[in-house]
Design a protein around this ligand. Sequence first.
Ligand SMILES: Nc1ncnc2c1ncn2[C@@H]1O[C@H](COP(=O)(O)OP(=O)(O)O)[C@@H](O)[C@H]1O
Ligand SMILES: [Mg+2]
Length: 172
Amino acid sequence: MQRNQEDDSLMRMVREASTEKDTIAFAEELAKLVKPGTVLALDGDLGAGKTRFAQAFAAAIGVQGIVNSPTYTIIKEYEGAKLPFYHMDIYRLSLEEADELGLDEYFYGEGVTLIEWASLIEPILPSERLHIHLETTGSESRKITCQPIGREYELWCRQLQVQAVKEEGPTA
Ligand SMILES: Nc1ncnc2c1ncn2[C@@H]1O[C@H](COP(=O)(O)OP(=O)(O)O)[C@@H](O)[C@H]1O
Ligand SMILES: [Mg+2]
């Protein structure tokens, strides 16, 4: 974990996913922490696994059926067993268009919001959110970087980091 020396806040947490299963496992871990108003801001190149991550996450919060890429529909709403799931892909929108959609209704709503290509609308994202960056490092390997913004998401990252260390065992 990397810390900002000035205020000791947690800056980012990195997880290596060597297979698709690892990405899914990470989405499942994260799903245990979410609550109404959670905002997950995903980024990463085409094919990095943003939608795959969203599908695993949706399944983990009890969304039944198929979660497709919302590239053309922009926003899709699902009922999860645990809470509603708002899946967005804002790649085709300008910042102005996204602003006009009134996304705050989702961000501060009853469900959890996951936005693909979130950094494109950075200025209108809520002040607290978890950034998740997926980077393709091989055919199935991905580097997953989480950047928490806000105290609560910092705590999540710490928890997720502890979890990862437990799974991997102590390092020499
Ligand atoms: N480690 C991994 N994590 C996520 N997806 C993976 C991984 N390895 C292979 N894949 C595959 O990569 C593709 C990712 O596509 P997708 O999730 O649609 O990407 P994006 O939404 O970022 O454009 C899927 O076909 C998925 O099966
Ligand atoms: Mg996608």
